[in-house]
Design a protein around this ligand. Structure first.
Ligand code: F6R
Length: 594
């Protein structure tokens, strides 16, 4: 949430900053701004999207600059609350991600010392603190200011007349992109892919001084070396590539994502090396933690592991973990996070580590905080996910979970071979879902008129019902609830009727008969039923009002094809309702605040 960029080098900063900010808008899009410094610092900001800001900007001279795109936490989206924020003199400008917990206290103190504040943000204390401590060195003043701050931050600071940017991070991500006699700052890699794929990840508490020619990093007050890495993503990966929305592009990338993720794992010489978490000898239970869509992947993981390995799995929402208790008996946990930056997940990992728990992270972002603090990392190969609504990362997480589990499954070798074959066939099966896309689109046109919906499933498809409901609500704003099909009669039945459709995810497994009975109950309450069923199913088809046929796969893998159908249903429903699909109201990618 919130995106930061910075540039210093031989080129005019303005165009580069706006371009980088445009690539970062998925991090927050309620307001944005840039500051460019030459002899003077000039700031332009407004409660508009980056494109609109760019249209109103005059030409700003300056080869050093910073920018920010905001997702409001303290203070409503407005021009005044947008970043960058300045000190009293207007010479120092700061873009900040994170939350300053002691901002009120600091502000009171600074006001009593004569500082004038204009915004409602917590961030504005930072430039004022820097101003207070500035004598002759910007880096020293920044370090002194950071000493006073409690909370999380990624900051980039510029000052007029100085050919350097000062950056720092704690509990909020920040990277430095290394160019040829120019350097870039960003909160996320996709921001800078147009310019460089060489990056340096800052560690917790680092403060760096960045000029066009060099990067000097200090950690714990002493100079430290931070390695340069090559990012495995290309500019093309982070572009819309002819699709109307990133979400649709990313839905369509899923066959490739499954192939890439599988071939990555298959190419690892000893695939089991990372995976003893699932079935290592003496393993008694497993704890899984995640948020949102990744939590739904963890729930599917529970069914996969319990079914195949026969050990109990406890799945918890990361933000609840600190209230609910302890790690698993054997102190091993799998933590899932696409971005690797979700604050609640990071907090849970820290708690797990305090309990001496061995943490295995499943993440999509190389170099993310989760990947650096976990004991082991399993990367998904979904490529950059720009759409706020997660799609391809979810499917990649499922593939990772299948792959982690298979080596330990209590099945014979013939069944194991069949499962591996089933996994390899999934890209083709997803492709078959796309063959039906026009029908899903037409159905979505009808579905779009409803204001409430239930999604139901059983067994391994229960989490898919949860995920289908989440996708629909976040991008189409239809109120949707996911339920285990058996639970509907324990309360939600009161809401059924002709204006409340029920989407039923039906798999050909031991849940089939019960799902059939549940659909009959729903029909008796006059709710229209939209059922996802295998191609050749007659029974459910005879009952449901609408059918979406899905290609037949082993029930264990049915979540993968079913979720793609529900992603498309959500997408086309939102499109029909005219919603801003890639920029859903009040949301932003990567939730870096608790
Ligand atoms: C929904 C969505 C969110 C994320 C959640 C966790 O489409 O994207 O629910 O899944 O914020 O994010 P990560 O996986 O980055 O920890």
């Amino acid at each position: 949430m919130c995106g930061i960029v910075g540039y210093i080098g031989g080129r005019q900063a303005q165009t580069i900053l706006l371009n980088c900010l445009g690539r970062l808008e998925y991090r927050g899009y309620d307001s944005c701004g840039i500051a460019v410094a030459a002899e003077h610092t000039t700031v332009f900001k407004d409660a508009v999207r980056v494109k609109a800001l760019a249209q109103t900007l005059p030409k700003l001279e300056g080869k050093t600059g910073i920018g920010h795109t905001r997702w409001a936490t303290h203070g409503e989206p407005s021009m005044i609350n947008a970043h960058p924020h300045c000190d009293c003199t207007g010479r120092i400008a700061v873009a900040h991600n994170g939350v300053i917990n002691n901002s009120q206290k600091l502000k009171q103190q600074l006001v009593s010392e004569g500082h004038l504040f204009v915004s409602e943000t917590d961030s504005e204390v930072i430039p004022h603190l820097i101003e207070k401590y500035y004598e002759d060195s910007l880096p020293k003043a920044v370090e002194a200011a950071l000493h006073e701050i409690e909370g999380s931050y990624a900051i980039v600071v510029l000052m007029e007349g100085e050919r350097e940017l000062v950056v720092a991070r704690k509990d909020s991500p920040l990277i430095i992109g290394i160019g040829d006699r120019e350097n870039f700052i960003a909160s996320d890699v996709p921001a800078i892919l147009d310019y460089t794929s060489r990056v340096m990840y800052l560690e917790e508490g680092d403060v760096a001084v960045v000029t066009g020619d060099e990067v000097k990093v200090r950690g714990n007050g002493v100079e430290v070396a931070r390695e340069e890495h090559k990012v495995p993503w290309t500019v093309k990966d982070a572009q819309r590539g002819g699709y109307e929305h990133f979400m649709l592009k990313e839905i369509h990338e899923q066959p490739k994502v499954v192939r890439d993720t599988l071939s990555e794992y298959i190419s690892i010489a000893q695939p089991a090396a990372d995976m003893t978490v699932v079935g290592g000898s003496g393993m008694e239970d497993i704890l899984m933690l995640a948020c949102g869509t990744s939590y739904h992947a963890a729930l599917v993981g529970k069914y996969i592991i319990e079914q195949l390995v026969k050990i109990p799995v406890r799945v918890e929402i990361a933000s609840e973990f600190s209230y609910s208790g302890r790690a698993s008996a054997r102190n091993k946990a799998i933590v899932i996070s696409q971005s690797g930056e979700t604050a609640d997940v990071l907090k849970a990992i820290k708690q797990l580590k305090n309990e001496d728990c061995h943490v295995i992270a499943v993440t999509n972002v190389v170099g993310s905080t989760v990947s650096r603090i976990a004991d082991q990392v399993v990367y998904t190969r979904a490529g950059p996910e720009i759409s706020v609504a997660a799609t391809k990362s979810f499917v990649a997480q499922l593939i990772a979970l299948y792959w982690l589990t298979l080596p330990y499954s209590r099945v014979d070798i013939r069944q194991l071979d069949e499962m591996v074959l089933g996994l390899r066939q999934l890209p083709g099966k997803i492709q078959q879902v796309f063959d039906n896309e026009e029908a899903i689109k037409s159905l979505a046109a009808e579905f779009a008129r409803f204001n409430n919906a239930f999604f139901v499933g059983r067994g391994i498809n229960y989490p898919i019902a949860l995920e289908g409901a989440l996708k629909l609500k976040e991008i189409s704003y239809i109120h949707a609830e996911g339920y285990s099909a058996g639970e509907l009669k324990h309360g939600p039945f009161a809401l059924l009727g002709p204006e409340t459709p029920v989407v039923a995810v039906v798999a050909r497994d031991n849940t089939y008969e019960a799902m059939l009975a549940n659909i009959k109950e729903v029909k008796a309450r006059k709710s229209p039923v939209l059922a996802l069923v295998e191609d050749d199913d007659d029974e459910v088809s005879g009952l449901a009002d609408w059918i979406i046929p899905v290609p037949g796969v082993d029930a264990l893998f049915s979540p993968v094809v079913n979720v793609v159908v529900l992603q498309l249903l959500a997408y086309y429903t939102a499109k029909q309702r005219g919603c801003p699909i890639d920029f859903p109201r009040n949301l932003a990618k990567s939730v870096t605040v608790e």
